[in-house]
Every structure is written in structure tokens, then in C-alpha cells.
Design a protein around this ligand. Structure first.
Ligand code: CAA
Length: 384
């Protein structure tokens, strides 16, 4: 198999594919990028070796021998059965990868994109094999997050999606059991990111308010303790550029309310992209930052709002036929973000969420937060 893009996502996908027993070619635009990705995998493999948790009969060296490096997509894919691209979230770059791979890979080779948001249908237009193009969306950090979403474009064949699902199920996860979600429609953000995306509209509102009112990120993070990472640390971890490009894409495809706020735009324009550049909201030069729990609270962020936002968006996901049950949505969120899904917990209390959303529209003037028809009718509880 071939992984195009040796960054954080790409090297994680390659490492887990090597552990599954596949021969992998890791591709990037220059030797330096490929070398860095390869070394990261090597470090990970050696760590597993020292713990004695590599697959039986293998060593870090024997697995790394199966990881080839390349800077040429055309030659890398010539014997491939599957290619997964994890390059920058720019449509024209991804389209070019699909075209080059489509022109050069064997006719049976499935071409997959690890995009977090973008249209697989559009990406695969010039591939010459749209029926063999699918989405395979991994979560960050790939070795530790259990979810892989396998996505139908408008033209993917059932056969290609089934190959993707079989491949995804064969990929180990270092923590917990792999969960593969089939995504039936090629809609922005698919399931997990779509359900959580509109919470970014609220976060942008809160980030900008915190800046305007002079609060620190520690104070803001103390408003939202609960998840495995605080709000600004997770934003840095995901990458400010990923958030920024995603919000632009959602603003063009879902609603203008998604447009990046002042804080995210400023960080992006200053190249403060988070963990990957050593600086974002936080300083990452000494490793993952630990927010100061004693700094007090900004009292700007209220957890009841993102919860209501997620319930509403999950109803839209059901309305649009992206998946079929609210249980799949809950399981997908747990596997992709280690966060309990919001639906089962709201079967009896959803009317409260309608009121919370109306309050949020008043507060932020963002129309996108208006409760959708499937939520207000209460009919979503039938999607079990
Ligand atoms: N190879 C080998 N071992 C590895 C490894 C690798 N590549 N990566 C991690 N490990 C090991 C670590 O060395 C560590 O080992 P020890 O326990 O022996 O020290 C172990 O795995 C656990 O690693 P961490 O200590 O880093 O893990 P943690 O307990 O701090 O948890 C976390 C980290 C899982 C990321 C947790 O903080 C979390 O769940 N955060 C939320 C992440 C999240 O929401 N991700 C989704 C983002 S959205 C997204 O990805 C979508 C998108 O499209 C952008």
C-alpha cells in the first residue's frame, strides 16, 4: 500500500499499516519530509519493541524494512493495491494526487483520501476511476484513536467501499478496539467532524470574546474542563491550519457562520499553527502544555451550548442520510474523540436542547444554531 503525505496523519497511517503486515511506500514532496516521517515511525516501532508489543515474529528493524521511501507518486503506486493520501487540506493538491495515482496505479487499485472535510466526489473527478475512489478518514493521533470513517463518494462502488472497510478493520489501534464507521453520503465533515464542527462557531465566538475582554487561555480552558484535552490545547493539537481551512470549507458548503474568527485567523496568518510549529494558542516547545488550573475562570464558555449544538447537528446528519442510527453517531464520537456521543443521553431530555439552542441564537446571532426539523419534531429518537 502507498501513503502519500508523511506528516502527522500520514506517518501514523503508515505505522499502523506496517503493524498490520502490509508493505508500505511512504511518499512526500522531498527527501527531508519523507525522512522525518520515516524516522517518526521508526521511533514508534522501537518503543513498541522495547515494550514487547510488536506482532509476533517481527522486530522494529524487520517492520521498517517493509517501509520504502519515495518522492514520486507515479512510480510509488505502480504495484499498489490501495493508496491513501494525507496531504495538505487543499482541493487542487488532493485532485492532483488522485490524478497522478489514477494515471499510474494498476486498474484494481483503490484510491482513498484521509480528508477531514472535503468532497471525495470532487477530488476523484480527474482520477479516471471515480468508482474506485473512497474516503478513509483517520483520527489524530492515528495510533491511539479507534475510529476510521470509510466514505462513499457519489460514484464509489460498493466493492471499493467494502475493500476500504476490510482494510480499515485490519489496521490495529494501540489503545482499544478498532471501530469502522460506514459513511453513506459525501457531505462536509462526514459523521464525527460534522457533528462537532458547529461547536467551532461557538468556540470562535468565545475565543474572540476572551481576547476582547482580556482573559487568558488558561482562564478560558478552566471554563471547559472535562474532555481528555482542554479547548485550546486540542485546537493546537488538531492544528490551527486544519481548523482554519476546515472552517473556510464549511463556510462555503454549510453556512457562512463557519467563517474563521479573529483569533483563529490571526494565529493562522502568523504561522502559529499549534503543536506542529511549536506555538499556537500555547507554547509547545517543551512538549504538550499543561494549562494552569489555578488561573481562575473566564466564565465565557458554557458546556451546555456545545452539547445542544451536537444534538442538533447529529439530527441533521440523520436527516441528510449520512448514517442511519443515532447509536452509530454516539459510537463514532467515542471512537474518534474519546467523547461520549450526545444522543442516547438526550432521548428523554431533547426538548431542553431546543430551548438551549434558541438561547444560543439570541446570544450569538448565528442562524446556523436554529434547531432543525428532525430535532424539534422529536422524530430522531426513532432512528435507533
Ligand atoms: N508508536 C508507539 N507508541 C506510541 C505511539 C506510536 N506512534 N504514539 C503514542 N504511543 C504510546 C506513548 O508512548 C504512550 O506510551 P506509555 O503509556 O508507555 O508512555 C502511549 O502510547 C499513550 O500515549 P500518550 O501518553 O501520548 O497518550 P495520552 O494518554 O496522553 O492520551 C490522547 C493522548 C489519546 C491523544 C488523548 O489526549 C485524547 O484522547 N485526546 C483527544 C484527541 C482527539 O480528540 N482527537 C481527535 C481530533 S479531531 C481529528 O483528528 C479529526 C480530524 O479530521 C483532524
Amino acid at each position: 500500500m502507498v501513503v502519500v503525505g508523511a506528516g502527522q496523519m500520514g506517518n501514523g497511517i503508515a505505522q499502523m499499516s506496517l503493524l498490520a503486515g502490509y508493505n508500505v511506500t511512504l511518499v512526500d514532496i522531498n527527501d527531508d519530509f519523507v525522512g522525518k516521517g520515516w524516522n517518526k515511525i521508526d521511533v514508534g516501532m522501537k518503543k513498541l519493541e522495547s515494550k514487547g508489543t510488536l506482532p509476533e515474529g517481527s522486530t522494529a528493524a524487520s517492520l521498517m524494512e517493509k517501509c520504502k521511501k519515495s518522492t514520486n507518486i507515479a512510480s510509488a503506486v505502480k504495484d499498489a493495491d490501495i493508496m491513501i493520501e494525507a496531504v495538505i487540506e487543499k482541493m487542487d493538491v488532493k485532485k492532483q494526487v488522485f490524478k497522478t495515482a489514477g494515471d499510474n496505479a494498476p486498474s484494481h487499485c483503490v484510491l482513498a483520501s484521509n480528508t477531514s472535510t472535503m468532497s471525495i466526489t470532487e477530488m476523484s473527478k480527474d482520477s479516471g476511476r471515480p468508482d474506485k475512489c473512497i474516503g478513509m478518514h483517520f483520527f489524530n493521533p492515528v495510533p491511539l484513536m479507534r475510529l476510521i470513517e470509510v466514505i462513499y463518494s457519489d460514484h464509489s462502488s460498493d466493492e471499493s467501499v467494502n475493500i476500504g472497510i476490510e482494510f480499515a478493520e485490519s489496521i490495529p489501534c494501540l489503545r482499544g478496539k478498532r471501530y469502522v464507521a460506514k459513511v453513506l453520503k459525501d457531505k462536509p465533515g462526514f459523521i464525527c467532524n460534522r457533528v462537532t464542527a458547529p461547536a467551532q462557531i461557538y468556540q470562535n465566538y468565545v475565543f474572540d470574546k476572551a481576547l476582547d475582554e482580556g482573559f487568558t487561555w488558561d482562564q478560558l480552558d478552566n471554563d471547559s474542563r472535562g474532555g481528555p484535552m482542554s479547548m485550546t490545547v486540542l485546537a493546537d493539537y488538531v492544528g490551527i491550519d486544519t481548523l482554519y481551512h476546515g472552517q473556510i470549507y464549511y463556510s462555503q458548503t454549510l453556512s457562512p457562520d463557519f467563517a474563521p474568527g479573529k483569533v483563529i485567523s490571526q494565529l493562522f496568518n502568523e504561522g502559529k499553527l499549534g503543536a506542529k510549529t511549536g506555538q499556537g494558542f500555547r507554547d509547545w516547545s517543551k512538549g504538550r502544555p499543561k494549562p494552569d488550573k489555578t488561573a481562575g475562570k473566564a466564565k465565557l464558555y458554557n458546556l451546555k451550548f456545545p452539547l445542544a449544538i451536537m444534538v442538533n447537528e447529529a439530527c441533521r446528519v440523520l436527516e441528510e442520510g449520512i448514517t442511519t442510527t443515532y447509536k452509530i453517531i454516539d459510537d463514532t464520537l467515542m471512537a474518534g474523540m474519546n467523547m461520549p456521543g450526545p444522543m442516547a443521553a438526550n432521548v428523554k431530555t431533547w426538548q431542553n436542547q431546543v430551548k438551549v439552542l434558541e438561547e444560543l441564537v439570541e446570544l450569538t446571532r448565528k442562524e446556523y444554531f436554529k434547531p432543525c426539523e428532525l430535532l424539534t419534531s422529536g422524530k430522531w429518537v426513532e432512528y435507533i
